[in-house]
Design a protein around this ligand. Sequence first.
Ligand code: SF4
Length: 393
Amino acid sequence: MSMVRGWCPNLFAPMDTGDGVLLRVKPFAGRLTAAEARALAEIAPGAIELTNRANLQLRGATAASAPALAQAILAAGLADPEPGREARRNLNASPLLGDDPSLMPQTAAWRAALEDILAGAGALPGKFGLVLDGGGVLPLAGVEADITLRLAPDGTALLRLQDCPWQARGATPASVAALVEIFRASGARRMRGTLAARGAEALFAAAGLRPEPAPAQEAAPEALGFHPYPGLGRGAFGLMPEFGVLEAGGLRALAALAEGFGDGTLRLTPWRVVLLAGVTRPAALRAAAAGWVTDPADPRRRVVACPGSAGCASGLAETRADARRLLARGAVPQEGLLHLSGCAKGCAHPGPAAVVLVAAPGGYALLRQGRAGDPPQRTGLTLAQAAAELEST
Ligand code: SF4
């Protein structure tokens, strides 16, 4: 079994964190049946993290235990046995496909076509991924990907490339396959690299597409809480564990909720929110009482924290424990995210946040409206000083 460091892990190439390895589990179609969730709870050696690719990340394994863990995950039906195909299974599709009647009807056919394209592609970098947005009650707006397909009511598909100000209408599976092949041949790690090398016009033309200016990306929807399906007496209910992290008992509790209130299946999302599907509003309210983060106004929704020194050799502070202390003081921004990062790598939230606290040898560094690796505005803060800074704004 090979190890990767600082790159995208998967089941057959777990990531070395310095004091253990991380294994990425990619449930098929982003779904876990209650039985699969219980099996994973049995297998998981430590914390189970929800990722922004609608996957799960297992902590607590060692280089010695990882191969047996991977075999157990395979036996539970949660991975493709062919390592290359497993590494390429990076499609983030609308999580309520098959349940939400307001999704574009062509979504299922597109998902099958995109899965086939990835399965049949040559070796791709581990982070390369596609998004398929079929609309509906929870569109995948604002989800980062190398290639994004957004389906329109007239049956057409709109295609966007990572970090590209252009889009193209009328995309087909053949045009996506062409772009994947151009990307693969370019040797870039992400589509933005291919774009920089080839230029947007040439890329779209090679895929038989005509570019046009793309509008600004829409904001991500709020996935927490109840989302009724139009015209039906039921809907989906989104809930989140604190910091998007589950222990085995939490995963078992979610399985019981899915069986008790939903259709027995958990839907994973890129917002670190788990959806119970097919629930009625009264059932959703009862599920909300079980202690999960379900209210968009809950301050825990606005805090992201990596494990820090409690689970990563690079961590320079116990970030989640410190996040709880800040929450207890109410020292959380009213708008936007607070990101506590155990080091400047910023694994838990690669994007910008309203306030970022980065653990460093001399204390926390603080920056606003930026990423963990950006230059800080304050350095050497104790947690109390950081809290005071947060409370003063
Ligand atoms: S950001 Fe957190 S999880 Fe990532 S390497 Fe640093 S301490 Fe570890």
